[in-house]
Design a protein around this ligand. Structure first.
Ligand SMILES: Cc1ncc(COP(=O)(O)O)c(C=O)c1O
Length: 297
């Protein structure tokens, strides 16, 4: 015990005599500076890890040039010009728009009014890829069959399975057919396929991303999920990333809208829960799907 005590006293004496050559103020400030520097370095590395090196450097450059006198004012003035231009365009379009619930209902003329408004829409039928995936005219063929069916079932609620048995059956059949397309009849799948009907593309993407996040959490214990998507992918993936707390990496696409496989490979890591590739509806090129599938994650 005595030996330990004399050893500690010796260390204390040596340390004090070593530090006595420095100013007390310096001894106080140095650890604070080291703490400050370490904290900033760690924030920088976290930022690079979060956003990637290139966006970090660009962000740093953009922030730095704002310190040059006059540059910040110039940027703000240019921004304001763009905002003013955007707002002046939409203001005139909004003339006459209702901004409050009318005191009296619109009455029997409402359908006529709706028809008038619809007349302002662009004629898109069969002409605008990425809007509505159906060709032809509303009064004939596939288009009118869909309209009739939609009208027939617009007042249903599939949550009430005992009341709307027809809808329950349709949903079950659509899920089974989709599952069959994805290989539910094959032995390897184990027969454990389930699903539900969604209201459109966005909800389908949201549910697919959430399912993947939850599956990867259970299967691989991933608690900080990340996903990789081509920059041309639908904005529903951005929504999914925000709703479900998933880090999103966007990779460039080439002229044929095919995702850059090398970039995907670079972003894949132990937290990757999903890689998305494009299937451009109505356009021939499809992503390099076989190459992407081969990637290990
Ligand atoms: C490829 C793709 N994904 C998702 C969506 C979103 O679909 P929705 O508008 O039905 O939510 C669209 C719709 O344009 C789409 O084209």
């Amino acid at each position: 015990m005595e030996e330990i005590s004399s050893f500690l006293i010796k260390i204390r004496t040596t340390t004090n005599s070593f530090l006595s050559q420095y100013e007390p103020l310096l001894l106080l400030i140095t650890p604070l500076l080291v703490l400050f520097f370490t904290f900033n370095l760690q924030s920088f590395f976290n930022f690079v890890q979060d956003k990637g090196l290139k966006p970090t450097l660009i962000g740093f450059f953009m922030t730095s040039i704002k310190f040059i006198p006059g540059v910040n004012n110039h940027i703000e003035a240019e921004k304001q010009k763009v905002v003013d231009k955007l707002q002046s365009g939409s203001k005139s379009k909004r003339d006459g728009w209702m901004t409050e619930l009318p005191k009296a209902g619109l009455g029997g003329g409402v359908i006529e009014k709706l028809r008038d408004e619809k007349g302002n829409d662009v004629v898109w039928q069969g002409k605008c890829s990425g809007t509505v995936y159906i060709g032809g005219s509303e009064s004939e063929g596939h288009f009118s069959v869909i309209n009739e069916a939609y009208t027939m079932f617009s007042h249903t609620n599939p949550l009430h399975q005992d009341v709307f048995q027809s809808v329950v059956r349709f949903e079950g059949e659509v899920v089974a057919m989709t599952a069959a397309l994805l290989g539910s009849k094959e032995k390897a799948c184990g027969g454990e396929i389930c699903g539900n009907m969604t209201s459109g593309g966005t909800e389908s993407i949201l549910l697919a991303v959430k399912s993947s996040r939850d599956y990867m959490k259970t299967k691989k214990g991933i608690t900080k999920p990340e996903m990789i998507i081509p920059e041309s992918a639908h904005s529903a993936y951005d929504k999914a990333a925000q709703y479900f707390n998933i880090k999103l990496w966007r990779v460039p696409v080439n002229k044929e809208y095919q995702a850059d496989v090398k970039a995907i490979r670079r972003f894949i890591n132990k937290n990757t829960i999903l890689v998305c590739f494009n299937y451009i509806v109505l356009l021939p090129p499809i992503d390099c799907i076989p190459e992407i599938i081969k990637l290990d994650y």
